[in-house]
Design a protein around this ligand. Sequence first.
Ligand code: URA
Length: 198
Amino acid sequence: MGAMEDLRVTQCTRCPKLVESRSRIVNGTGPEDADVLFVGEGPGANEDEQGEPFVGRSGSVLDDQLRTVGLDRETVRITNCVRCRPPENRDPTTEELENCRGYLETEIDRLDPDVIVTLGKVPTEHLLDRSVSVTKEAGSVEEIRIEGTPRRLLICVHPAATLYDRSQEETFADAIERAAELADVDGSEGGQTRLDGF
Ligand code: URA
């Protein structure tokens, strides 16, 4: 069973293992009309503790790069494929991903973003429904359908990849720059606002 209010899941017990391992449900954060939606895999220890996606080391990497391209964390939306922390930070199972998929689709549908940026292999494969080498395909844009509506998806490596492998830094940076371009941050009407000049 699960319940969603606005873009927040307030209660859910669909995944017994995750109900056991979580301290709370970690919902997406950011404006409900953001132009860019980042989708990660699932909460880690820091996210589970603080109740917000990408607040640990991966979050700092993401925040830094957002700032570099003139986007601000406060202006984008950030969510995950699963909203409860898997035990020992294992990947979510196919069943857990499916259990949580409706919440993600509802969030995408209501947000209506210009671009969805998948951070890492799990969200990319989950939303594209095929196997993906994110390192090779980072920066490419594909169309997916969510609740019948075509959506632009930009593939990106997970920010944590840059911590383990320095050569991923440029791949990550380039993909985030592309996200900013797709959200039209340079200022034409209706686009995401750049921080330049502030
Ligand atoms: N990694 C993710 O995929 N999601 C988070 O929220 C934090 C780290």
